[in-house]
Design a protein around this ligand. Structure first.
Ligand SMILES: CC(C)(COP(=O)(O)OP(=O)(O)OC[C@H]1O[C@@H](n2cnc3c(N)ncnc32)[C@H](O)[C@@H]1OP(=O)(O)O)[C@@H](O)C(=O)NCCC(=O)NCCS
Length: 345
């Protein structure tokens, strides 16, 4: 009589009565705008240098969307690429969740605009705002629909045109961000654990560390608000840095502990791509080896909700991640918000 193999890890979801249904990423895709803005280009705009930006952040260049290219355009292109890899057609998609802090407009949702652009007529659609943590928040929400058998195919998109909310006169922030989109198709894939767990957290007490004061109900657009430059992102860099390292470490450790997985078993760690020094500090605190960390921020800067999605796509495309590998996503953003997810690829 054959005995069942000893499991390599614990699946926290298995304790739920989901009758064995799991949720996997069956296709991932990304898109960045054509135009590249290098650190040397920025030297001509503000008082900065390639040396300063590279040594303090690790960023060398970022992509910037064209004037007539919007968050929904970036998101739709990434979505089509993910759908192609998953072998999914538009009419199969049940739900679209777009994570973004730079919607095309306050309403309707960018998800509805993506739905129109990709022709997913059957799909429900909504936006989710958790800043740079949005992609993991969206994965976790999407997963609930799949595991409860409410939907079979969910499209999760992280898309940003951050160049539209950057103060190009502020050297403290304008060197850090870029535009782009990443997308994932989520379905149940028999024989795989898929998304094992996702940790999500928030700290509204620190909402003032990273925010955009203008444009909402508190400060609607006016001549005064525009003249006071309130429609741009503002950030307390030093304090945000400290909170990011702490929150990412804690979230990652909780996710690993829930699955009873040691960091050495993780093939690839995909952290939010905000700052190379944040990534190195988190990696060190987790006891990870440098080669476990996936880093592409040198090419894109911080693309907020798109960041880990673009990185995941590149990690898969480059062969860094193979089916069956365990991967760890870990994110941090305005809110404050944070999250971590363990996935059997
Ligand atoms: C923004 C950040 C790179 C700044 O690095 P830092 O080592 O903390 O630098 P400081 O804020 O101490 O600034 C040091 C000096 O560099 C200057 N400086 C800031 N931006 C600069 C730039 N682009 N070029 C040149 N000098 C710059 C500052 O004015 C300051 O000058 P001062 O000492 O004369 O006042 C860093 O704090 C950071 O990455 N924070 C987290 C940002 C982030 O990831 N946010 C998103 C989270 S989702």
């Amino acid at each position: 009589m054959s005995s069942s193999p000893t499991p390599k890890f614990k699946n926290p979801r298995a304790e739920h009565d989901f009758i064995g249904r799991t949720c996997s990423i069956t296709g991932v895709g990304s898109y960045v705008p054509v135009k590249i803005l290098t650190n040397f280009d920025l030297e001509k705009k503000v008082d900065t240098s390639d040396e300063w930006i590279t040594s303090r952040t690790g960023i060398k260049e970022r992509h910037i969307a064209a004037e007539n290219e919007f968050t929904s355009d970036l998101g739709a292109e990434a979505a089509l690429r993910a759908m192609k890899k998953a072998g999914v057609t538009a009419d199969q998609i049940d739900l679209i969740i777009v994570a973004t802090i730079t919607p095309d407009m306050p309403f309707p949702s960018t998800a509805c605009l993506v739905q129109r652009k990709i022709g997913a007529k059957r799909a429900a659609a909504f936006d989710l705002e958790a800043a740079c943590s949005g992609f993991i928040y969206a994965l976790e929400i999407a997963q609930q629909f799949i595991m409860s058998r409410t939907y079979d195919t969910v499209l999760v998109v992280g898309a940003e045109k951050l160049s539209s909310i950057i103060d190009w006169n502020d050297r403290n922030t304008c060197v850090l961000f870029g535009d782009g989109a990443g997308a994932a198709v989520l379905q149940s894939r028999p024989g795989s654990h898929g998304l094992l767990t996702a940790v999500m957290g928030a700290d509204g007490e620190n909402a003032d560390l990273l925010f955009m004061p203008g444009g909402g109900s508190r400060c609607p657009a006016s001549v005064e608000s525009v003249n006071s430059r309130l429609h741009y992102l503002r950030m307390e860099g030093k304090e945000t840095f400290k909170c990011a390292v702490q929150a990412m470490q804690t979230a990652a450790e909780e996710a690993l502990q829930r699955c009873e997985i040691d960091i050495t078993k993780i093939k690839c760690i995909i952290p939010h791509q905000a700052n190379r020094r944040i990534i190195d500090a988190v990696g060190e605190r987790l006891g990870a080896k440098t080669e476990q960390l996936f880093i592409n921020l040198d090419k894109y800067g911080n693309t907020s909700a798109a960041s880990v999605a673009i990185a995941l796509d590149e990690a898969v495309e480059s062969g860094r991640i193979q089916r069956g590998d365990l991967i760890l996503l870990v994110v941090f953003g305005a809110g404050l918000t944070w999250g971590a997810a363990v996935i059997e690829w």
